[in-house]
Design a protein around this ligand. Structure first.
Ligand SMILES: Nc1ncnc2c1ncn2[C@@H]1O[C@H](COP(=O)(O)OP(=O)(O)OP(=O)(O)O)[C@@H](O)[C@H]1O
Ligand SMILES: [Mg+2]
Length: 334
């Protein structure tokens, strides 16, 4: 990347949009490509074409693109500027987090970004084995055997985030990508809801209901969760979400949210709204009923593993393990 005054500028990719052919053309430095007459040595015009969609969410979509010249693949997240601005979010926000974590292999790496009038496009490495939700759907037993390793890798990434005072706020299987199957290697994705401003508020309403901590669900808050601003524990919401993920990998069930009659118990994505889930179990848990550990035990989780899940799912955020504590837990240590 060319050196520049702002980190955003350093990652901006010069771009032309060829509307008729649906091709995005960049001028890129690529030393693998032999320059032709039209090209300056080492600098080539590269056309990228949409291959297939990879996913979509509240603010945009992610698609796979293929380089017409080299066959290389990349994933491109397209974010609609207006939708973000309407929500009061700077559309370069997610990009800023990508740049902040660019040197850590536990995150999807940023290639660069470009924009048109209506969208910002974040080009990133393509992580070829899909996300953890897809992986669990097809490989539940393998994932159960790998739960310690997967957890350790998620915690390593989240510890890096938290050390940089960044809170992810949307950790869930769909946002954990599978970079390698053997050995299992994960990468954390989707910084759409992440924040570097940890002092301003408890992130209520942010994230996916089924992975939200009790302090994010206002109607579940106990008195001790309603602390003064200085007492907030914003990073603790990520630790809670990891506790839920560990429970789900181990049991293929959510610890608190029961599906309505007719819904599949294995459905784990965020599409259940708060009104369609049974909150009684979570409410009881917040009010002191112990976590039911029978399913964890029945699926082979050791006493140490069960104690670990309980440390992550502590109701009160100030007593919940930190990501760094959890990384040093006896169950997680390599
Ligand atoms: N780099 C990537 N490589 C492969 N697949 C990806 C990549 N990034 C995202 N995906 C797939 O696309 C899905 C959506 O991506 P992502 O979570 O970043 O966006 P989103 O949920 O639409 O975002 P937002 O919640 O900010 O609107 C992911 O769950 C994953 O399956
Ligand atoms: Mg997502």
């Amino acid at each position: 990347m060319a050196s520049s005054s702002s980190p955003f500028d350093a990652y901006r990719i010069p771009t032309k949009f060829l509307v008729d052919s649906g091709t995005v053309v960049h001028t890129e430095q690529d030393l693998d490509v032999i320059p032709t007459n039209k090209q300056r040595a080492g600098w080539v015009e590269m056309g990228w074409k949409e291959h297939n969609p990879l996913g979509s969410g509240a603010f945009g979509s992610v698609r796979l693109e293929k380089n017409e010249l080299t066959g290389k693949l990349r994933a491109v997240k397209l974010i609609t500027k207006d939708v973000l601005l309407e929500c009061g979010i700077d559309y370069k926000h997610e990009l800023g987090i990508f740049i902040a974590v660019k040197d850590c292999e536990k995150f999807v790496s940023l290639i660069g970004w470009f924009e048109d009038q209506y969208h910002i496009y974040i080009a990133m490495e393509y992580v070829e084995h899909g996300d953890l939700e897809m992986y669990l759907a097809g490989n539940a037993a393998k994932a159960r055997a790998e739960v310690g390793e997967i957890t350790r890798q998620i915690l390593k990434g989240v510890t890096v985030l938290h050390n940089k005072q960044i809170c992810h706020r949307d950790l869930k299987p769909m946002n954990i990508l599978i970079a390698s199957l053997v050995p299992i290697r994960i990468k954390i994705a989707d910084f759409g809801l992440s924040t570097q401003d940890l002092s301003s508020h408890i992130p209520t309403g942010c994230g996916t209901r089924r992975y939200q901590a009790p302090e994010q669900l206002l109607f579940l808050q106990t008195e001790s969760m309603q602390q003064p601003r200085s007492g907030y524990y914003p990073k603790a919401v990520d630790v809670w979400a990891i506790g839920i993920i560990v429970y789900i990998i181990t049991t293929s069930k959510h610890p608190f949210f029961l599906p309505k009659a007719g819904e599949q118990t294995s459905k784990m994505n965020g599409s259940w709204g708060i009104t369609t889930v049974n909150l009684t179990t979570l409410r009881n848990y917040v009010n002191g009923v112990p976590l039911a550990t029978g399913d964890l035990r029945a699926n082979g989780l050791s006493d140490e593993g069960i104690a670990f899940v309980k440390r992550l799912l502590h109701v009160d955020p100030k007593d919940r393990a930190t990501a760094s504590d959890a990384l040093h837990d006896a169950w997680v240590i390599e």
